[in-house]
Design a protein around this ligand. Structure first.
Ligand SMILES: Cc1ncc(COP(=O)(O)O)c(C=O)c1O
Length: 375
């Protein structure tokens, strides 16, 4: 439009997530410091780095040498990391189906997981087709029951691949089902896994990278550490003792005082017991701020907790700011994270929704710009 100039900025709607890349690096270093010397760190950046922006997080970790590997769940996620310039090895943790995706994984320099004899055979075909040696990690199911060859079958897969020149079994791994709270199940899983590793060692087939631990395993079950650990939760500061990296921010875009008896939002589920200052924030369930938080969550304004009132709508949420005299249009609001001395942790929002912090942060939609900051 002639005669009209727009400021150059990435977004206008004042709703965004700040990702503290300094906190992520410190968290990764803190994990490394607690591991045996030489243990490698696979930074799990699947699901857009648990909502924290995989490209931002991977670049930060790579530049500080705070990770040795990245873990993603799909070829698509791995390709996006490569497009963002990531150079470290990337393990595709999910099952590769359809098998054409194995070809795409190898073509993009991603390391596939082999979870069955059938997928081992397909990988061998791909290696022959591409006329190059392909690395893979073999997944053993020791009790998670998701993907992976059972202990006996895994031995068969490794033996089969070891006989081929075209494929190298670089890693052997398993996943713990409840390292955070069930020591007995973890012990059984590790015993089964160790047996597989021992059998391969006896045959001279132990892969160089044996791994089992997620954050809880790495930090609470030393027996699960092996050669490499795979933290996700701890890296994002969502594990006790680590620094949360994500702050979900917005600003008041509309402010009014409603009289006693007035109702707010769909279904009139909230009614004013007294004259109330109501602030509107431009964020809703379309951004991944769950509707289940209606009339339940708190939002920080002026460093104080203000209740969400009425239903969270698709794009907007109302908050009672009667106790915050400095609240005005343009004032900052924090829906997740810290403001001043107050905090709304991901665990609090997760509890209110009957879920876990993993879901709370991965639910943040693509509509919310992620902005990297470094503290
Ligand atoms: C195979 C695998 N390894 C590691 C992780 C990281 O787990 P956490 O975020 O609990 O550290 C996950 C995440 O679910 C996973 O699926």
């Amino acid at each position: 439009m002639r005669g009209v100039s727009f400021p150059r900025r990435r977004f206008f709607r004042p709703t965004w997530a700040e990702v503290d890349l300094g906190a992520i690096k410190r968290n990764l270093r803190a994990v490394r410091d607690r591991m045996p010397a030489g243990a490698k760190i696979m930074f799990v950046v699947k699901a857009n780095a648990y909502g924290h922006d995989a490209a931002l997080c991977a670049r930060a970790a790579e530049s500080g040498r705070d990770a040795d590997w990245f873990g993603v769940s799909s070829v698509e996620e791995g390709m996006a990391l490569r497009e963002a310039g990531a150079r470290l090895p990337v393990l595709v943790l999910g099952s590769l189906y359809p098998f054409e995706s194995v070809l795409a994984a190898v073509a993009h320099d991603l390391t596939p997981v082999v979870a069955s004899l059938e997928s081992a055979k397909r990988l061998a075909e791909v290696a022959l087709k591409l006329k190059r040696r392909v690395d893979c990690h073999v997944k053993v199911d020791t009790g998670m029951g998701r993907i992976g060859a059972g202990p006996e079958a895994a031995l068969g897969v490794v033996r089969y691949l070891a006989a081929l020149k075209a494929v190298r079994v670089q890693g052997l791994y398993t996943h713990l089902a409840s390292a955070e709270d069930d020591g007995a199940l973890t012990a059984v899983q590790l015993r089964v896994f160790r047996r597989v590793v021992a059998a391969l060692s006896r045959e001279g087939l132990r892969p160089p990278l044996v791994h089992a631990a997620n954050s809880a395993g790495a930090l609470r079950r030393p027996a699960s550490r092996f050669d490499l650990v795979r933290p996700g939760l701890a890296a994002y500061g969502l594990f006790p003792g680590f620094e949360p990296a994500l702050t979900l921010k917005s600003k008041i875009v509309f402010l009014k005082t409603v009289p006693k008896g007035a109702t707010v939002s769909y279904g009139a589920t909230w009614r004013a017991k007294r004259p109330t200052r109501v602030a509107t924030l431009p964020i809703g369930y379309g951004d991944g701020y769950p509707r289940a938080l209606s009339n339940r969550a708190s939002v920080l304004v002026g460093g104080r907790r203000c209740p969400v009132i009425g239903r969270v709508t698709m794009d907007q949420t109302m908050v009672d700011v009667s106790e915050v005299s400095e609240a005005r249009v343009g004032a900052a609001a924090v829906l997740l994270g810290r403001q001043g001395g107050a905090e709304v942790p991901a665990g609090e929002l997760a509890d209110l929704c009957g879920t876990i912090p993993y879901e709370t942060v991965t639910a943040l939609s693509s509509r919310v710009p992620r902005v990297g900051v470094t503290s």
